[in-house]
Ligand binder design. Structure first.
Ligand code: S3P
Length: 729
């Protein structure tokens, strides 16, 4: 990328940039600049081959460099800019690597009168407690975030070049405004460092210090780890960002003062509320932001086959419902085979937040201490449901008839999904639910004790809408009945019967009313056919495959994928068919087969609604054309699955044409390339399977949500024969 890279300040950060740039072939030579007093460090850097040359003269160090990175402490940068000014070149990319950005921009503006267009402020969120070039690491920036804070004056070409450079070092690049960066970092990094330093300072000065440190347990060590950081660097950072830090220190003092008062006045409840709020907020932040901070990329090498026996994780739909009905039942429900994926866990946490005691999951075992139909308690905070549409729509129905209010929130994808399909019919029952103007989450549900049963003709075939209304019907006066335009999964009805609650099914109509109670029962969750579907397609398209999927749920409202694949010529056998707790189950053997394109019968659409992403991959490998129609619903799933799959397939060289309600795919060769799953678990796993028939490597970005339905997907799939690796960043 560059001929000569010049690093100003070869410490931990500068040295690590140099090491990583060399390792990743991003430059031919590396020079360094330092002051007289840095001489021994510079010599050491050369000895370690971190740099090729150094100079104590700025002119010499930067001569002919096409990229200059200033990695000095932030306090030294103003001086460096002055020294650099006489040798400044408009063709060179300049960056810093400092932890504050406002002071860098101010210093540059002072020296150059305006922000130079070829300076891209950068902050790699990486570090270590050690300092100096000896501590420099080649992989310090691997899978770490780098924040670029370009200004209006910054040239886009240089910004792109900077982003490519950091990506080349293995980092994920994000963009922020300068001020936003400093405000966020003051709260999340600078203040915690100050607190850690101050706490150790306070305790260290106490007479009994020996005792204190001798007995310092995990909490103290965890909490003060960052007080081992470089004091000079932190003194610099704090001074540079004091404008943002001082108000935070004031807020912290006042928080500490209120805790002091709670203790002085024995305000047990207030103290407990403060701690509880903090604990829950932390859990929420972790839940919500894990996905954002840890982006996961799959890399799948072309080829391979799938062989062996495997039990894929538990059914997502049944896992959700086991928690919901188990919570509303009287007595203790034991669940086995529970899906420990983020979606089902969101439901589990939601009921815990409403006062239900739930133990586990532990190896798929969950114990629910049911509170009865009227035993739920008001949640203390909004309930966060992550990516899970099923949780939001079903819980919404359940909450409509409670004696309390609740707020349901979700991640970006869930907050964009249509909720009127449930809030409209619920409103007809007398529910009071507030949503955004677009009818999306957050949903504020004002519990009503006077819900009225209705009859609802569903305009779309949706098991979530049907289930939502049936759950609301548990609390409504009179009968609630729903008719569906096409059969959809009937797990709610089956499980209600399993809990000995009467549900009437006549043709395409289901009816429920408020009578009696749910009796706790044991639930054995079969493997999810929607997760098995990836392997049904994978083993069909990859030569020499022979795979048996054990204990898979084959409820006829879910087996559209098998019907469609068999129509395409797949070799699928159902073995050892049996019934487990009201749900049909089988082992499924699948072997490679030459698939042919078909027009997918519309009657199978609702029965295979979650499996189309991977069926599109099957179609791409089939001989001839596959046409899907009548599947508009795919556009409002976790992503717009028609568009996102068509985009990805086209990147891989497949002739895939999206239509309003489906897709036309001409089977052929799948090439390599980099595709984006848009945070949709099923898209990510589908493209992973495409690797089995690809001609070169497929990279799939944004795969973190695979954990919503299939934790351990990559590890399991690798064992079975797919050459897949995972990168976190
Ligand atoms: C589900 C129903 C389906 C399905 C979803 C799970 C359920 O959604 O796509 O993954 O558990 O009821 P729709 O009801 O929106 O079709």
């Amino acid at each position: 990328m560059f001929n000569k890279l010049c690093i100003i300040g070869v410490g931990l950060i500068g040295g690590s940039i140099a090491r990583a740039a060399r390792q990743n072939n991003l430059c031919t030579t590396i020079s360094a600049y330092g002051r007289e007093e840095d001489l021994s460090n510079l010599q050491r850097a050369q000895e370690l081959k971190v740099i090729d040359s150094y100079s104590l003269e700025m002119a010499e160090a930067v001569a002919n460099a096409d990229c200059v990175i200033i990695a000095t402490p932030v306090g030294a940068m103003a001086g460096i800019f002055k020294q650099l000014a006489p040798f400044w070149s408009e063709k060179v990319l300049y960056m810093d690597a400092g932890s504050t950005k406002g002071n860098v921009v101010t210093a540059l503006t002072e020296v150059f009168t305006a922000m130079p267009p070829n300076f891209v402020p950068a902050h790699p969120i990486a570090g270590a407690e050690n300092s100096g070039v000896d501590a420099a690491l080649t992989d310090l920036f691997q899978r770490k975030r780098v924040i670029l804070t370009p200004c209006v004056q910054t040239d886009k070409g240089f910004v792109q070049q900077a982003a490519r450079f950091w990506q080349g070092l293995g980092s994920t690049v994000s963009y922020m405004l300068v001020e936003q960066h400093d405000t966020v970092l003051a709260a999340t990094s600078h203040l915690p460092h100050i607190i850690a330093f101050v706490l150790v300072d306070l305790l260290g000065k106490k007479d009994e210090q020996d005792e204190i440190f001798k007995y310092a347990a995990g909490g103290f060590k965890d909490f003060t780890r960052i007080a081992s950081s470089d004091p000079t660097m932190w003194q610099d950072i704090c001074l540079a960002n004091k404008q943002q830090i001082i108000p935070l220190i004031e807020q912290l003092c006042s928080e500490l003062n209120s805790v002091k008062k709670m203790l002085q006045h024995n305000q047990t409840q207030a103290l407990c509320d403060t701690f509880t709020y903090a604990r829950n907020a932390r859990q929420r932040f972790l839940d919500q932001h894990n996905n954002m901070t840890q982006s996961i990329t799959f890399t799948v090498q072309a080829g391979g086959h799938l062989q062996g026996q495997v039990r894929v994780p538990g059914d997502k739909s049944i896992s959700h419902r086991s928690i919901m009905l188990g919570s509303l039942a009287e007595g203790v429900t034991h669940v086995s085979g529970f899906l420990e994926g983020d979606d089902a866990l969101a439901t589990l946490r939601a009921f815990q937040a409403m006062g239900v005691k739930i133990e586990g999951p532990e190896k798929g075992q969950v114990t629910i201490h049911g509170v009865g139909l009227d035993g739920l308690q008001a949640p203390k905070e909004p309930i966060y449901l992550g990516n899970s549409g099923t949780s939001m729509r079903l819980i919404c129905g359940l909450l409509a008839g409670q004696k309390f209010d609740a707020i349901l929130t979700g991640d970006k994808s869930l907050s964009g999904r249509p909720m009127r399909r449930v809030t409209d019919p619920l409103a007809k029952m007398g529910a009071v639910i507030e949503s955004t103007e677009n009818g999306t989450a957050p949903l504020t549900i004002r519990g009503q004790s006077n819900l009225q049963g209705i009859h609802y003709d569903m305009p779309i075939a949706s098991a979530q809408v049907k289930s939502c209304l049936l759950l609301a019907g548990l609390y409504a006066q009179g009968e609630t009945s729903v008719t569906e335009p096409a059969p959809t999964r009937d797990h709610t009805e089956r499980m209600l019967s399993g809990f000995a609650y009467p549900v009437k099914k006549e043709g395409n109509q289901v009816t429920i009313s408020r009578q009696g109670k749910l009796n706790a029962t044991d639930i054995d969750v079969p493997s999810d056919i929607s997760s098995a579907a990836f392997f049904l397609v994978g083993a069909s398209i990859a030569e020499n495959s022979d795979l048996t999927l054990q204990h898979v749920g084959i409820n006829p409202t879910r087996t559209g994928v098998i019907n469609i694949l068999q129509l395409m010529g797949a070799n699928i056998e159902l073995l050892n068919q049996r019934a487990v707790g009201g749900e049909p189950v089988a082992d499924i053997r699948v072997r490679s087969a030459a698939l042919k394109g078909i027009a997918i019968p519309e009657e199978f659409v609702a029965l295979a609604i979650d499996e189309f992403p991977v069926l599109f991959v099957a179609a791409a490998c089939a001989e001839g054309t596959t046409i899907l129609t009548g599947a508009k619903e795919l556009r409002v799933k976790e992503s717009d699955r028609i568009q996102v799959m068509a985009d990805g397939l086209q990147i891989l060289g497949v002739d895939a044409q999206p239509t309003e309600d489906g897709m036309v795919i001409k089977g052929g060769t799948i090439g390599g390339g980099s595709v984006i799953s848009h945070g949709d678990h099923r898209i990510a796993m589908s493209f992973a399977m495409a690797g089995l028939r690809a001609t070169s490597t497929i990279e799939i970005q944004d795969c973190e949500n695979v954990n919503t339905s299939f934790p351990g997907f990559a590890v399991l799939t690798k064992k079975l024969g797919l050459n897949i690796s995972t990168q976190e960043g």
